[in-house]
Design a binder for this molecule. Structure first.
Ligand code: B12
Length: 210
């Protein structure tokens, strides 16, 4: 089955083969959301587990990540409605010290697909960089991603930097990433948490009434 073969090729890091299987799955009429969830995200879960078990190392993990990114690029047009992006502006970034960007990119892609304008600051974004971006971009929401338990505190530091700059009251803060929880969001004074890219869209709509 194509989805299973796709998953295996992401785990193996077969960049070319995986992109072709993504195309094949689309041609077979499989829902892009199903391709993303069952073919790609599920594969990264296996990769993470193998890494944790010592059966896979950073270079292989990186290759799988690049493979997944190629597949996401194939899927991206299928998540965009082509509508005018006027629902609101969101600044997104992965926090300081953290280089994981696949999840953050997916959240950005889904938000864009839902009609929001996303300003992507990239990875390893220092608290001050969020503050300056907010000053120049006048966004309604700041989204932060963290994949490492050691970089989660940078989310709290960014909220502190927003407060110190007098910018906290005018913006909503949304956080996410595998180790992040709703409880953590409430502890650090974020406005919301979402466990995945689909629910991030739902939460942003609730936050800013879009
Ligand atoms: C791919 C990967 C890498 C790649 C990243 C490439 C890239 N461009 O992103 C590379 C090889 C670079 C890497 C490096 C490291 N990694 Co790594 N990595 C992973 C892996 C396998 C997959 C992450 C991923 O992309 N998942 C798929 C995406 C779609 O899921 P996601 O990120 O969780 O995002 C979803 C949600 O969380 C949510 N979301 C994400 N962000 C946001 C933001 C907002 C605002 C919202 C609302 C929602 C949201 O929506 C997303 C989509 O649904 C994970 C294991 C895992 N299963 O998480 C380990 C993992 C995160 N890595 C780990 C580690 C330890 C490392 C290293 C320290 C390894 C090392 N010794 O060097 C380095 C750290 C580098 C650094 N400074 O950041 C550990 C972290 C342990 C911990 N809890 O702290 C994990 C859990 C592996 C493990 N099981 O041990 N890694």
């Amino acid at each position: 089955m194509t989805i299973e073969a796709l998953s295996q090729s992401v785990i193996k890091g077969d960049m070319q083969g995986a992109a072709e299987l993504t195309e094949k799955a689309l041609t077979e009429g499989i829902d892009p959301q199903e391709i993303l969830d069952k073919g790609l995200i599920a594969a990264m879960d296996v990769v993470g587990q193998r890494f944790a078990d010592g059966a896979m190392f950073v270079p292989q993990m990186l290759r799988s990540a690049k493979t997944m990114q190629n597949c996401v690029a194939v899927l991206k047009p299928h998540f965009q409605d082509g509508g005018i992006k006027t629902k609101g502006k969101i600044i997104m970034g992965t926090v300081k010290g953290d280089l994981h960007d696949i999840g953050k990119n997916l959240v950005a892609m889904m938000l864009e697909g839902a009609g929001f304008q996303v300003v992507d600051l990239g990875v390893d974004v220092a608290p001050d960089a969020y503050v300056s971006a907010l000053e120049s971009e006048q966004a309604q929401v700041v989204g932060m991603s963290a994949l490492l338990s050691t970089t989660m505190p940078a989310m709290a530091q960014t909220i502190d930097a927003l407060k110190a700059a007098g910018k906290r009251d005018g913006v909503k803060v949304m956080i996410g990433g595998a180790p992040v929880t709703a409880e953590y969001a409430s502890n650090i004074g974020a406005d919301c948490y979402a466990p995945d890219a689909g629910s991030a869209v739902v939460e942003v709509k609730k936050l800013i009434g879009a």
